[in-house]
Design a protein around this ligand. Structure first.
Ligand code: GLN
Ligand code: ZN
Length: 753
């Protein structure tokens, strides 16, 4: 039986791509050196997959920043403002990804959005009426040839035109209907070029097919692929879907002349049913996504073989459910984790082994159960007794409906709080973290390595906190923060202070561009060991007379940015975490911290891709879990929350139902249409839509911020509007942060005037 991998991690086992890119950004290396690093990563990836014995390996799954951006770039979908900079190729590309501020001009980055239901982010292609869509690049061809020269015959993975168009933003009068023919024709050129180079298999990634589709979407998809598939020549075509099932287009897809179809059996709840009810064409190959590309637990071979059995087809390839981009490289890099834990996990490299083992077991048929591989695998699923904490389970069982309700109601609290805090109109604040400069990281690392005592470590952080408070006072911000210098990462930090969590050393996963995250693993039942943030917040408060905001991460985000358990439900896990964070909220309050921000940066992450599932499968327990965290604080305590994206136009009632007092969110990179929705929905919570983009080092001008605020004021009541950046400042430098915040405060003062 054959095996297939959709895509492989590309940041490098030791994050080589990140470090080289950052050096390139700061002009300390030339482009050539960065290209070499990338080449080595691609080579190692290909050879790892080849060595494991994978049949279908992708090329063109590599990216310097993001594959959607690559696709835009490939087809000349480069907004004029970036071209006008007149930069060399690679730098134009990075200007689109990160914005540009320098001798040649000053432009913002493209908008960035979550890639479906993952924590990976793509750059939103912009198409205006003058966009000259045209195949101008050769990346897919080059990377195919590079692989071939290494002795690896690859399938060439492309983001399909349908998904690309659906994700693009149209900024002029033109719509998808006006450009789909042109883009399709350019894809046809690319396909012909690939075929003429001897490419045998082209993979079209069309994850958009797992979303709700209407008749016009189905028609668009059929139109595009009828044309493309007519021109593919000798090359075979693989339609690859992931992150769910294709229930709205299954029949149409099986009727199109694709040679292989990749379906997701992990997240696609209806995939098996679709095949059973409608059948699967005999003349096509099914690439069955059975190995989870998103989580790190070992595959349960018993389950997988039984699904294969139910599929009951001959032409099946064992595949991953999605690209392995979403899991870390290899367990081999984990030197500190004991075998007792490790044996339960499979990262990208280990998943290659699983694919091959499953393929071999599937060939054995009934005999598979007698093989050592199978028995060893099954032993892993016989229960992990150390993961159970009866006290935690009893606490969850004792939660009552009243625990989910904060009293008095919002309106009354708002009045009380206006009296207590006496803040100016348009209060200014930040989202929590201040620049994590070299010294900050060094302090943490030295403490972790035992090179610094707890006292030395604390002393350094206190010094940083005091400086940070002084800086904020000097800048004139209204609600201050301690700066989060003690935190490596907003989820890992809390995980480290909770029972039930385990950690890795090198299990990095790409979040966007050069930003990688190292999600902790929820191993067992979760509870709080002891107060986590109280001493830092209390210290910060002792440095100033202004209000200091305590800073926590919410239960939904902690869960969504961890590798979650597969042996209990997500709902159960979230409630356990919610109770732990609630303990922390109440301790902060008891220690005089009466503004507390509970970040839910990743609330939307696990929102089902299909609307019909939103409430029943997710929001109906995620939103109450958030309320559980803050429901018992006094009306005089102000609860803030923060989200990292503005895409919640469609779940505004759910966001309001979190019942926070203030919410801040990203808005500067996307248009301000969310403001209309807030107004339409009579949003009660006070809001701080980010007034500038912190993902880029660019300093926003006062005028720019005033313009953003002016727009906001036309939709949001003055009494409810806060002024803040769109996210934490930890990835920024000291200098740009100071300048930006000075401008932010100046802008707030200007509109107060
Ligand atoms: N409080 C966090 C910070 O400022 C929020 C980060 C986030 O939203 N991703 O870093
Ligand atoms: Zn954020």
């Amino acid at each position: 039986m054959n095996t297939a991998v959709i895509g492989y991690p590309r940041i490098g086992k030791n994050r080589e791509l990140k470090f080289a890119s950052e050096k390139f950004f700061s002009a300390s290396i030339e482009a050539g050196e960065l290209l070499d690093v990338a080449k080595t990563i691609r080579k190692e990836n290909l050879l790892a997959q080849k060595k494991a014995g994978i049949t279908y390996i992708s090329s063109n799954d590599f990216s310097f920043y993001d594959n959607v951006l690559d696709t835009a770039y490939l087809f000349n979908i480069i907004p004029a403002r970036y071209k006008a900079l007149g930069l060399p190729d690679l730098e134009t590309y990075f200007a689109m990804a990160r914005g540009y501020q320098g001798l040649k001009g000053n432009v913002k980055a493209l908008a960035m959005k979550k890639w479906f239901n993952t924590n990976y982010h793509y750059l939103v292609p912009e198409i205006d009426d003058d966009t000259d869509i045209r195949l101008v690049g050769t990346k897919p061809i080059d990377e195919y040839e590079e692989a071939k020269a290494l002795g690896v015959e690859t399938k060439v993975a492309l983001i399909g035109p349908f998904t690309f168009l659906k994700l693009a933003k149209f900024t002029g009068k033109k719509t998808i209907a006006d450009v789909s023919n042109i883009l399709t024709a350019e894809y046809v050129k690319l396909i012909s070029a690939l075929a003429s180079k001897g490419v045998a298999l082209i993979e079209f990634d069309e994850p958009y097919l797992v979303r709700d589709l209407d008749a016009s979407d189905v028609k668009l998809f059929k139109d595009i692929y009828t044309k493309i598939l007519a021109e593919k020549g000798a090359a075979k075509a693989l339609l690859q879907t992931y992150f769910g099932d294709v229930r709205d287009i299954y029949t149409e897809v099986t009727l199109l002349p694709f040679d292989l179809i990749g379906l997701d059996f992990v997240e696609g709840r209806k995939t098996l049913e679709l095949i059973k009810i409608n059948g699967f064409p005999k003349d096509k190959v099914l690439v069955a996504g059975l190995v989870n590309g998103k989580n790190i637990w070992r595959n349960d071979y018993k389950k997988t073989l039984s699904v294969l059995n139910e599929i009951g087809l001959e032409n099946v390839v064992i595949g991953t459910s999605c690209s392995l981009l979403h899991v870390p490289y290899t367990l081999e890099s984990e030197t500190k984790l004991s075998e007792e834990y490790k044996k339960h996990f499979a990262f990208a490299e280990e998943k290659l082994g699983e694919l091959v083992e499953i393929a071999a077991l599937a060939e054995l048929g009934e005999d598979a159960k007698n093989s050592d591989i199978y028995k060893k695998n099954q032993a892993l699923f016989e229960g992990r007794r150390d993961s159970v904490d009866e006290e935690v389970q009893a606490r969850v069982a004792a939660i009552t409906d009243a625990d989910y309700i904060r009293l008095p109601a919002f309106g009354e609290r708002e009045k009380i709080q206006k009296g207590v805090f006496d803040l100016p109109l348009f209060p200014t604040t930040t989202i929590g973290s201040f620049p994590q400069t070299q010294d900050v990281r060094k302090n943490r690392q030295e403490f972790k390595k035992g090179l610094k005592t707890k006292e030395e470590y604390n002393e350094f952080n206190q010094k940083k906190i005091a400086e940070c408070i002084r800086l904020q006072e000097e800048i004139g911000l209204d609600v201050l923060v301690h700066g989060e210098f003690e935190r490596n990462d907003m989820v890992e930090y809390f995980g480290e202070h909770l029972n039930g969590y385990i950690f890795t050393e090198k299990a990095w996963v790409q979040s966007y561009g050069t930003r990688n995250v190292k999600p902790p693993i929820i191993w067992g039942d979760v509870s709080r060991k002891q107060p986590i943030t109280v001493e830092w917040s209390v210290y910060a408060k002792s440095c100033t007379d202004k209000p200091v905001k305590g800073m926590l991460t919410g239960p939904v985000t902690i869960l969504n940015w961890s590798f979650s358990r597969e042996d209990i439900s997500i709902k159960e896990s979230i409630l356990q975490i919610a109770l732990a964070i609630r303990d922390e909220v109440l301790d902060l309050e008891a220690n005089g911290i009466n503004i507390i921000q509970i970040d839910e940066a990743a609330l939307r992450e696990k929102l089902p891709l299909r609307k019909s599932d939103w409430y029943s499968e997710y929001l109906d327990f995620a939103i109450p879990a958030f309320r559980l965290v803050h429901s018992k604080v006094s009306p005089k305590t102000q609860i803030h929350t923060h989200m990292c994206y503005s895409e919640f136009t469609d779940i505004i009632p759910a966001i309001d139902a979190m019942d926070a007092d203030v919410i801040t969110f990203e808005a500067s990179r996307s248009d301000l249409q969310i403001l209309d929705s807030l107004k339409e929905n009579n949003f009660k919570t006070e809001v701080g839509p980010g007034v500038y983009d912190i993902h880029s080092p660019r300093v926003p001008s006062v005028e720019e911020i005033v313009a953003a605020l002016t727009k906001m004021r036309s939709k949001i009541d003055d009494s409810k509007l806060w002024v803040n950046p769109d996210c934490g400042l930890k990835t920024r430098g000291d200098e740009e942060t100071k300048k930006s915040l000075i401008n932010l405060v100046a802008a707030a003062k200007q509109i107060r005037g």
